[in-house]
Design a protein around this ligand. Sequence first.
Ligand code: FES
Ligand SMILES: [Fe+2]
Length: 357
Amino acid sequence: MTPSSTSFSLHEGSSFLRNIWYYGLPAADLKPGRCQAKVLLGEPILFCRTTSGKPFALRNLCPHRGIPLHYGRFDGEEVECPYHGWRFNAHGHCTLIPSLTSDSDVDLKNFGVLSYPVREVQGNLWIFFPANERNVSEPTLEVPLVPGFSAETQPQAVQKFIFPGHLDQVFINFMDPSHAPFVHGAWWWRKRGKLFEKAKTFDPSPYGFTMRRHPLLRKSWAHHILGGHPEVEIIYRLPGIRIETNYSDRHTFCFLITLTPINDQETELTATYYWTFPWLAPLKPLLAPLAREFLNQDLRIVAKQSEGLKYKPPLTLIKEADYQAKWYYQLKREYEKATQEEREFVNPLKTQVLRWR
Ligand code: FES
Ligand SMILES: [Fe+2]
């Protein structure tokens, strides 16, 4: 018999997955000829875009004396360190050490800086964190795509948040169905504390699981906005990706949430919206604050939870509302093992129906 609850801790196994794509930043935030410095997974990163439009990302530390490269200059092709003028190209190769004399036999190949693989799709810049920094090859793993939209699609709206919590903690919040009536109790969402029994089918999907597409039974925001007979599907994918697609009779509304750790205590959340409704754009000024408030409700509850987690309490996963959190840990462990053993990831999950209220 399966026990009705299991204990766990949000501190065990709280490392971040490597060898996987994380969301970097909205592609539109990186203009040609410009750079943007960020810290992700505790690593300083410099995102740049060449004058011709090609994005790249370097470890934001000069290998000479460790100064962050964003203090230097970018000429649209190469980054120049402000301290002694070493130059680095998009591959992280050192192209110039000005202090070397013309007859010097120093090999510039030995002074490169880590270059992270990046990809730009659907208006998002993804960055790959290699497992082995000494041997970074072009990843074979595909970047996550929002279904039903082409690779060239640009998002209609983007919202950014910094959640004061560990990636595991924040991602679990977004796969936790039973907080909704308590945390999202505003009039435009649903009546506070009103509980309905639900049964949802989940299938294993690439690097995660998917709540199978099903009709929305009750009146929700999607009914009001989409009209007709809306259906919903939610994809969860490592390392912290949630893609909710709402289908109406003729149109699609997609809500991509990506989580990228800044460090152990902070996680960047980017909400990216795609839709095909021609009439939705004029409603943006009205809907954007509602969506932002909805996510801020999650942010505030996570902030309060973080106060308690400082004391490292043992926690509980209860059946069946918390099974998705359990699956997340299973997936994460398997991904870590597969990376260590340098083998293919094998999804450990099976199709299952979950019930909760
Ligand atoms: S510290 Fe960068 S060139 Fe010396
Ligand atoms: Fe929530």
